[in-house]
Design a protein around this ligand. Structure first.
Ligand SMILES: [Cu+2]
Length: 365
């Protein structure tokens, strides 16, 4: 097998975006995405509590951990197998959670979810995992695309500053989660250590105009939703599976309002969504649209379902869905367990711009 010169490295070195948590005028560039004050706005019905701990200078220098949903590998066009060298780095980072609050995330390559890996059935991968020297906890990776003990988690267990390598062949197609799998894996996944590997079928996926990549997970904090400052992880509420935050990409409202994702009338779009959990099942629904083609569980070997309104995406699984865009609108991607949207921070929007289509939809009075 030859190496694919067109396969972008997944070892993404992200620029360091420094910001002042809680300052309204701040604009943060993120790979073409603008995260504004609005992007971190909390819901109008939030508790609005403030913790005892003010935002320290260290907390103010927090990273944007939200992965850019438009930054994902291109669809695969080739009809032959190749080998990939891929590196994932475990990084424990203090990142923006919401307007005025920060949290100590655990990430792959500094982003939540971790980078999407995209290969073709039959491809082989040499995966290097390494752990930043500044980390404080052990980490490993379980890839659901791998035949092997623990999905490779035993072979990739590493201490802070450590590094491991493994080889595997992508023998079956689908969209699969990868996640940290140390004994406290529920905490590590909650803090952000999950991502997606897409193994495209040999014949590829249908062409679309745009693709987006999102990851849902929940955060368990001692402080209620809407609190400011450095929020602390709470093991008790995790044991009761009662989170204060349910999020896309580790951040409250990062892709809403002026920072909504963009598309145009007449296009078709595909959404890849990985459900990290660690405990909640998403009822994934596009408000104002429908999943025209939908692969539950990311099971791409099967024919898609058509015109699905709400699809369950259990923790430890993925979703692939496509929409057509016949009218201009703002599509709200939600978990239809709507308390998570109204009170816990979960929302992403797609602003569809273009000519009105009154034969398909119009407001009358
Ligand atoms: Cu970990």
């Amino acid at each position: 097998m030859k190496r694919d010169p067109h396969t972008p490295s997944v070892d993404i070195s992200r620029r360091c975006f420094l910001g002042q948590a809680g300052t309204g005028a701040l604009l943060l560039g993120l790979g073409g995405l603008t995260l504004s004050e609005h992007a971190f706005a909390t819901a109008p019905h939030s508790a609005g509590a403030t913790t005892d701990s003010p935002v320290s200078p260290a907390a103010q220098a927090a990273l944007v951990v939200a992965a850019d949903p438009t930054r994902l590998p291109s669809p695969i066009q080739r009809k032959h197998s190749v080998h990939h060298d891929i590196t994932l780095e475990a990084r424990e980072v203090r990142g923006h959670l919401a307007d005025g609050s920060v949290f100590d995330f655990m990430t792959w390559n500094g982003q939540v979810p971790g980078p999407m890996i995209r290969v073709r059935q039959g491809d082989t991968i040499t995966l290097t995992v390494r752990s930043a020297a500044s980390n404080t906890r052990p980490h490993s990776v379980d890839m659901h695309a791998v035949f092997g003990t623990g999905g490779g988690s035993s072979a990739t267990l590493m201490p802070p500053g450590g590094s491991r390598r493994e080889f595997f062949k992508c023998m079956y197609p689908g969209a699969f989660i990868y996640h940290c799998a140390v004994p406290n894996m529920d905490e590590h996944i909650s803090r952000g250590m999950f991502g997606m590997i897409v193994v495209e079928p040999e014949d590829g996926l249908p062409p679309v105009d745009r693709e987006f990549y999102l990851g849902q997970h929940e955060l368990y904090t001692k402080e209620p939703f809407g609190s400011t400052g450095l929020l602390q992880f709470d093991y008790s509420s995790m044991e009761h599976e009662d989170p204060n935050f349910v999020l896309f990409n580790g951040t409250v409202g990062a892709f809403t309002g002026a920072s909504a994702l963009k598309a145009k009338v007449g296009e078709t779009i595909r959404v890849f969504m990985v459900s990290g959990g660690p405990n909640l099942t998403s009822s994934f629904h596009p408000i104002g649209n429908v999943w025209k083609n939908c692969w539950p569980q990311g099971a791409l070997a099967n024919a898609p379902l058509h015109y699905v309104q709400t699809q369950s995406v259990p923790p430890g699984s993925c979703f692939v869905g496509e929409m057509e865009l016949p009218v201009p609108e703002t599509i709200k991607l939600v978990d239809h367990a709507l308390t998570r949207v109204a009170r816990k921070g979960l929302l992403a929007e797609i602003a569809v711009e273009g000519q009105a289509n009154p034969g398909a939809y119009r407001a009358i009075s």
